[in-house]
Design a protein around this ligand. Sequence first.
Ligand SMILES: [Zn+2]
Ligand SMILES: [Zn+2]
Length: 374
Amino acid sequence: MNDNCSFCGKSDEDVERLFRDPDDPICNECLDTCSALLTGNQVPGWLVTTSPQRCAYCGRRPSEGVRHCVHLRWHSPRICNLCVDTALEALASQVVEEQISNLVDGVDDEDGIGINDKIEHTLLESAGGPPARLLRPDAVTFDFGGTVLRLVEFNKLAGVKRMFEICEVSNNRTEQDLLEFIDELDLQVQERREESLIEYPAVLRQRLIYDALGILFDVSQQEVELEFWKASMQYSVEPGITTVLDGLSARDVKIALLSNSAFSASALRFELQRHGLHDYFSEILVSADYGFRKPHPLLFRSAHSLLGSTAARTWHVGNSRYYDVEGAIISGMGSIWYNPVGRQPQGPAPHETVDSWSSFQSIVERVFDRPESS
Ligand SMILES: [Zn+2]
Ligand SMILES: [Zn+2]
């Protein structure tokens, strides 16, 4: 159970009231901030957004007539105006109930897939919908962070320090100058990526940052990107993933990585090599190299096409209900939700949900052991 506000990070001891939602606790101060935002006030670092993600509490998307608040500086989840109202009412009436998700009315998602975006609709129709059940796969695509490898730490300062070590000309800039510039650019870019599903690659971003600050390098943009990654990122291997990758390889199932990453495939390839996992993956597809982000179906289509498989004979597995499960479903693929932390289900249902890689392994064995009727 998380005891810190997902929107500002404060602990329950530092705020008057914290709704102890199992996934996304929110404090009274953040609710007040949301309320101010929704009545048209500006709050630094916060935004009312139309990006097509779901409210963390009721599952509604902005296309369903609600408005979402997000704390960009904290990379927070989204809360809709209806859930803000519900929570504020509960606070005012001193309701003892302490989970917003229990206070809100459920949203019917009876149309199955709650996709309202025009492009996604068109692609969904052309894909013909996901298979009724998981078919024996010719290929499996895996999400990266939180699925194959777990992020232990992103140390932005360490990355920035490394940049000053390898640059040719620093123009008397300080680490603080660089950190502030990066943060400011992130604020401008982050939500636009989410709304448009268009990726802004790190190599472009860093070119803009360093040229604007007059910091010059004698190495390629690709090397600068990789040096920043090496210095700032620390990952660990998800327990049991190696057994799964071995099991699929032994059955001649092709394996690819399909990741939303501003960093290019070479950075992720480096990280997989660091953990001895690289050779399992015949393709590494990242949003930075394609320009689109999951759940955009074109990224999924590129993956199964490259692997020589059909959508229906390709499984995608990942830890995000939005990026991974919805993306796989609208692409007509088999979808498996990797949910080791027991998050509440939301949005369209995947074919299967697993809480560990050993459960995934059982599904693989079941699907391969049973005779396949057509
Ligand atoms: Zn808060
Ligand atoms: Zn809501």
